[in-house]
Structure formats: structure tokens, C-alpha cells
Design a protein around this ligand. Structure first.
Ligand code: IPM
Ligand code: MG
Length: 306
């Protein structure tokens, strides 16, 4: 089905029901296979402060309010897919593997984004004081930088970035890193702005095809209670309109609608605080749907997708 589609919208996967399954039969494995199969090597995870969510941030308002960064995570290489990989009686092996070409294409993607976003700053994250793959990564960034004299580049070690994302997140614009570091840093960065429940992601490969999914997991502990935050999934649809269908204004309208519902003081339970109005997942979604200016939605999308 995915092969015959122009884009994939994916719900979060995983849960205790499958925890006892052998690794090959876990839903996470299916997600990783889809990413690999379609060569979706560039995972874009934007982290932007919604002003009305800042009270839910664990950081001080003045630290969190200027955050507008994009994590560009390599998604189809590194330790997630490297061989050998095995479990023996007395140990286990995972292997981090990167080819130069794999690093080049993601780094190029990040440079292009840094250029497009206007901020023009690129932070490349590695562990070059320890890892060979990181030394290769750093070399590739240094070589690519010559083609982008307008982009300011810095190299930073992943442990240091983990700290600075908390002490000074406003410093970052585009952050590019390998698969595993990107997985960890994107969860960390997500809470800066209030809730992991509001962060979308796009996994793309350079043409229009892409997979769109919330950054958060499936949260099985709250399943069926109507307390999940649908914002990340709704915003993932906005990213889909933008990247796969070139519908930038429609994407911006969805983002505006989400922001407006927050500004009106409506939240799901994860963002509850004094004076806020808590809605169920469905009620909150209806608010967003009502807020979207449909007269604005262009004819092309109406005829194709409705
Ligand atoms: C993510 C998730 C996945 C990952 C899991 C579910 C395999 O944590 O998309 O960040 O590690 O890539
Ligand atoms: Mg993750």
C-alpha cells in the first residue's frame, strides 16, 4: 500500500502487548523496515516554542521562549542497522556503520536547510573524541562547508550538546547528527517547548515521497482514555502537505489553527495547568478542525483528497 502512495502518515507504534515478542516481530521493527525500505534517510524534527505552552516547559520561560530549531537526524544508517549485530550466551554486539556517501547526503540536506531557514547556522553533533564514525562525520562536514560559505558551522560533542540544549537551547538553528544521537537529542529537545505531544516529524529522501509521524511513542499506559495529545500528529499532516505536496500555505494554516486553539486556552491533559480548559483528544481535535479556514484550502487539495 505504501508503495502505491504519495506519502505515508504513521501513527505511533509499540506497546506491552508486543513486549514479549521476539525482536523480529515487534512493531518497532516494522517502522524501521519502512524507513529503510523507502530510503527515508533524512528525519526532520522541528522544535519551536508555542508561546501559550511555555508555562508547561520544565525550563524557565526566558530560556525556552526563543527556541526555533530543527534536528536533522540520519535515519537509515548507524547502529540501528549496522552488522554484525547479535546476542550470544555471554554478550551482545551492535555495530555503528556509516559510509561516506551516507554521511554526505544527510549533511548536504542539513546545509540546504540551514541556508533556507535564514538563520544560517549549522551545529554538527558527533562523538569525534571517541568514535571513528564520528571522525568521518566531522571530515565530511568540513569538506561540505566549502560549498556553503553563507552557513556558519560548529562541531559539538554529543554529551556537550545534551547539556547546552537545556542551558541555552535558543543558540541552535539546524542540528545535524547520526541516527542514535538524533533519537536521544530529539526527545530531549522536545520537552523544551512544553510537551513531547506537540512535535511532528518528516522522514524524507529528497524527492516528494515521505513518511510523517509524531516524534512521541504510542503511550500505551494512557490508551483509550481520551487524554492523548493529537497535536503532533496533526502537525505531522502539515509537514506532509508542505514537503510531499508542496502545499505550503495550507500547511501554514494548519499550524496557525493549532496555535490558535492553544492561545484560546484549550489543552489536552498533558498540558493541564491552572486556568486552562482541558479537552479530550477528540474534543481538542474538533476545535482545531473548526479553527481551520477551509475557504482558504485550495481547490487542488479539495478535489484530490476529499
Ligand atoms: C523514534 C522512535 C523510534 C526510533 C523507535 C520506536 C524505533 O524512538 O522515532 O524516535 O528509535 O527511531
Ligand atoms: Mg525516539
Amino acid at each position: 500500500m505504501c508503495e502505491n502512495s504519495d506519502a505515508i502518515l504513521l501513527g505511533a507504534v509499540g506497546g506491552p502487548k508486543w513486549d514479549q515478542n521476539p525482536p523480529e516481530l515487534r512493531p518497532e521493527k516494522g517502522l524501521l523496515r519502512i524507513r529503510k525500505h523507502f530510503d527515508l534517510f533524512a528525519n526532520l524534527r522541528p522544535v519551536k516554542a508555542f508561546p501559550s505552552l511555555l508555562d508547561a516547559s520544565p525550563l524557565k520561560r526566558e530560556v525556552a521562549e526563543n527556541v526555533d530549531l530543527m534536528i536533522v537526524r540520519e535515519l537509515t544508517g548507524g547502529v540501528y542497522f549496522g552488522e554484525p549485530r547479535m546476542r550470544t550466551e555471554n554478550g551482545a554486539i551492535d555495530t555503528t556503520v556509516y559510509s561516506k556517501a551516507e554521511v554526505e547526503r544527510i549533511v548536504e540536506n542539513a546545509f540546504e536547510l540551514a541556508r533556507l531557514r535564514g538563520g544560517g547556522k549549522l551545529c554538527s553533533v558527533d562523538k569525534a573524541n571517541v568514535l571513528e564514525t564520528s571522525r568521518l562525520w566531522r571530515e565530511v562536514v568540513e569538506a561540505k562547508k566549502k560549498e556553503y560559505p553563507d552557513v556558519i558551522v560548529e562541531h559539538n560533542l554529543v554529551d556537550s550538546v545534551a547539556m547546552k540544549l537545556i542551558t541555552n537551547p535558543g543558540h541552535y538553528d539546524v542540528v545535524v547528527t547520526e541516527n542514535m544521537f538524533g533519537d536521544i537529542l530529539s526527545d530531549e529537545a522536545s520537552v523544551i517547548t512544553g510537551s513531547l505531544g506537540v512535535l511532528p516529524s518528516a522522514s524524507i529522501r529528497g524527492d516528494n515521497f515521505g513518511l510523517y509521524e509524531p516524534v512521541h511513542g504510542s503511550a500505551p499506559e494512557i490508551a483509550g482514555q481520551g487524554v492523548a495529545n493529537p497535536a503532533a500528529t496533526i502537525l505531522s499532516v502539515a509537514m506532509m502537505l508542505q514537503y510531499s505536496f508542496g502545499l505550503k500555505e495550507e500547511a501554514a494554516e494548519i499550524e496557525r489553527a493549532v496555535s490558535a486553539v492553544f492561545d484560546d486556552g484549550y489543552f489536552t491533559a498533558d498540558l493541564a495547568r491552572d486556568g486552562s480548559r482541558i479537552l479530550s483528544t477528540n474534543e481538542w481535535t474538533d476545535k482545531v478542525i473548526n479553527e481551520i479556514d477551509t475557504s482558504f484550502v485550495s481547490q487542488s487539495i479539495m478535489t484530490t483528497y476529499i
